[in-house]
Design a protein around this ligand. Structure first.
Ligand code: 2AM
Length: 220
C-alpha cells in the first residue's frame, strides 16, 4: 500500500486541546507551588540535589524544560527507525483514529527529582491505541499492567529527556503493584499527597481531570 511510501512520524499520541492544556498547566503550577512550599517536601529534597530549607522551593524553575505541546505519547516511532514502528502504524485502530477526538482521564500529578507529569488512565477505546510492549520495553523484568506508562510530560529538570517521565511513572506503579501506597502526607489542593522513596511524590486527585485530545502523528 501507499503507507510504505509515507514517512512515519516522530511519534503518535493524543494532543490536548488549547483549553484542556491551559487547565492542566494551571493544575500543574498550583501543585508545584504548593509542594515547593510544603514543610514535608522542603525536608526531603536531598534527592533533588538540594539542602533542607525553610524557604519555598521554586519547582516551576527546577523543571526548566517545558514541553511545547501537551500530549500523551502512545508510540515513539522516530520516523520509522524505532522498533515496532511499521507494525504500530499499520494497526487498524491507528489508521482509523487519525484526527479523531478522545477524552483522557488524569488521575494524578507527580514529581520526581527528574520529571513532573500527569498520570493518564486509559479506557477501553484508548487502550486499542496503546502498544502491547510499552511497559515491557521500559521495564523488561516487570509485569506491569497495559497502559500503566501512560502520562503527559509537564516538565523535566535540566539535562533530563522527556522520555524519562514515563519511566518515572513506572517507578510509582512498581511500588503500587507491590502493595505500597507510599507515605500519606495529607490533603493538598484537590487530592491526597503521597511520598514514596527517593524523591517520588504523587498527588492522587479526588476529582479526576478530563482533557479533550486529538489522536495524530507528530512529524516535528
Ligand atoms: P514523553 O512522551 O515522556 O513526553 C518526542 O520526543 C516525544 O516522544 C516526547 O513526548 C517523549 O517523551 C517521547 N519519547 C521520546 N523517546 C521515547 C522512547 N524511546 N519511548 C517512548 N517515548 C519516547
Amino acid at each position: 500500500g501507499t503507507l510504505d511510501l509515507e514517512p512515519l512520524p516522530l511519534y503518535y499520541g493524543w494532543f490536548l486541546s488549547r483549553k484542556s492544556a491551559d487547565l492542566l498547566w494551571k493544575a500543574k503550577l498550583a501543585f508545584l507551588e504548593r509542594l515547593g512550599n510544603l514543610k514535608a517536601f522542603r525536608k526531603r529534597v536531598k534527592d533533588f540535589g538540594m539542602e533542607e530549607t525553610k524557604r519555598k522551593i521554586n519547582l516551576p524553575d527546577y523543571f526548566s524544560h517545558r514541553p511545547n505541546i501537551l500530549h500523551c505519547t502512545t508510540k515513539f516511532t522516530n520516523y520509522g527507525k524505532a522498533p515496532g514502528s511499521e507494525q504500530y502504524a499499520k494497526l487498524e485502530a491507528v489508521k482509523t483514529s487519525n484526527g479523531k477526538a478522545f477524552s483522557l482521564t488524569i488521575t494524578a500529578l507527580f514529581v520526581t527529582p527528574r520529571t513532573t507529569g500527569a498520570r493518564v488512565q486509559l479506557g477501553e477505546q484508548e487502550l486499542l491505541l496503546w502498544p502491547a510492549d510499552a511497559e515491557k520495553e521500559a521495564m523488561p523484568s516487570e509485569n506491569l499492567p497495559k497502559g500503566s506508562r501512560a502520562h503527559i510530560t509537564l516538565g523535566c529538570a535540566e539535562g533530563v529527556e522527556s522520555k524519562q517521565t514515563g519511566l518515572d511513572l513506572l517507578e510509582f506503579v512498581k511500588f503500587q503493584q507491590a502493595g505500597t501506597e507510599g507515605e500519606d502526607m495529607g490533603e493538598l489542593l484537590d487530592g491526597m499527597l503521597h511520598y514514596f522513596d527517593k524523591g517520588l511524590w504523587m498527588l492522587s486527585l479526588s476529582k479526576k481531570i478530563e482533557v479533550k485530545v486529538i489522536f495524530s502523528g507528530f512529524y516535528g
